[in-house]
Design a protein. Structure first.
Length: 172
């Protein structure tokens, strides 16, 4: 009894401390707050199943990040498995407070990137993973991570510079 209680207490403490970080990471991967909640919930369910081993190794964040990315990519590969609600636009989530570092233009530009490029950028720059760690999470080679990163950054630069030019033209 005490052992399972300790497991549950440790898990609850971890989730309480890291849920916001995991939710933001999932949002950056998928671009939708509702889908981000689903991804985090899926990841936490899988984490709880292996909690004693993962917690003992101290690899909780890496495990959850990997599950979030892989679950999102799996969903994008199989869109027919997802049920669509019929009330799009009526049940909109309340906007969250945007920090100084966040930019609407960057988030909009990130949403235009292909899924793998977006996931690569989130893992490399938001989560601060090395090329090797991102490759492990994405289940691909380090060369693929490098090429996705390079293409994604080039695409973001092109999109954001086009937006800036359009704004300057409107001001003139």
């Amino acid at each position: 009894m005490a052992r399972s209680q300790t497991r549950a207490d440790e898990f609850v403490a971890y989730v309480s401390a890291r849920r916001g970080y995991l939710r933001r990471t999932a949002y950056l991967v998928c671009g939708d707050w509702h889908a981000a909640e689903d991804l985090v919930q899926t990841a936490l369910i899988k984490l709880y199943a292996v909690w004693p081993r993962i917690h003992r190794e101290g690899a909780e964040d890496a495990y959850v990040r990997r599950i979030i990315v892989r679950a999102h990519l799996d969903e994008k590969r199989r869109p027919w498995r997802r049920e669509k609600v019929g009330l799009d636009g009526f049940d909109v989530a309340a906007p969250e407070a945007v920090s100084f570092e966040d930019s609407d233009a960057l988030v909009a530009a990130m949403k235009t990137l292909p899924e793998r490029q977006r996931a690569t950028l989130v893992l490399r720059y938001w989560c601060g993973l090395s090329v090797e760690e991102a490759a492990s999470d994405l289940n691909c080679s380090t060369g693929t991570v490098k090429s996705h990163t390079s293409r994604a950054v080039a695409n973001l630069r092109a999109i954001l510079s086009t937006d800036e030019l359009a704004e300057e033209r409107q001001r003139s």
